[in-house]
Write a new protein. Structure first.
Length: 149
C-alpha cells in the first residue's frame, strides 16, 4: 500500500469531493476514530488511530488503534478476546474524523469495564452541578476475571 496523500496538497474541493483518502492527522500523527456496531449502529467506543493502525485494520480485518496513554499500537481485544471484526471505514467531509463499523466479538463488550459500549454514563446538571449518571448498561463480563493476568 502506498502512503496516504498529504491533505495540505489538496484543495478544499479535492479534500471534500474527490476519491483521494487524505486523513488529517493531528500534530501527534493521530486521528479520532468513532467505532460503531455494524448492525445496530450503536457507538461502541472512540479511540485514536495512526497511519499504521489504519493500514493494519485493512490488512488484517481486525480493528487496531493507537493508545495515547501507553504510546503504542494495539489490536482491540487482543488480550481480552473482545476483538472487533472490521466492516467499513468512513471519513467526514474534511477528513479529520473516522467512523469505523465493526462486529464486536467475544461476549460483545467493547469497553474494558465489560460493557457493550464505553458510553454507559450520561452527563447531567443538577442544582448547577455537573455529574455523570449510569444509564443501566450492565457489564457482560467481570473485568477483574478477564484481566487478572
Amino acid at each position: 500500500m502506498n502512503g496516504f496523500v498529504d491533505p495540505k496538497a489538496l484543495t478544499k474541493q479535492e479534500l471534500e469531493s474527490s476519491e483521494v483518502f487524505a486523513p488529517r492527522f493531528d500534530k501527534d500523527g493521530l486521528i479520532l476514530a468513532i467505532t460503531c456496531d455494524a448492525e445496530t449502529k450503536d457507538v461502541l467506543m472512540a479511540a485514536y488511530m495512526n497511519e499504521e493502525a489504519i493500514r493494519l485494520t485493512f490488512e488484517t480485518g481486525f480493528v487496531h488503534y493507537f493508545s495515547r496513554s501507553r504510546q503504542k499500537l494495539w489490536k482491540k481485544g487482543e488480550s481480552s478476546g473482545e476483538l472487533q471484526e472490521f466492516v467499513e471505514m468512513r471519513t467526514d467531509c474534511d477528513q479529520d474524523i473516522l467512523q469505523v463499523s465493526a462486529i464486536q466479538t467475544g461476549s460483545g463488550a467493547a469497553c474494558h469495564t465489560g460493557r457493550k459500549s464505553c458510553l454507559y454514563r450520561k452527563v447531567e446538571v443538577s442544582n448547577g452541578e455537573f455529574r455523570v449518571a449510569d444509564i443501566g448498561m450492565k457489564p457482560l463480563f467481570d473485568p477483574a476475571e478477564k484481566y487478572k493476568s
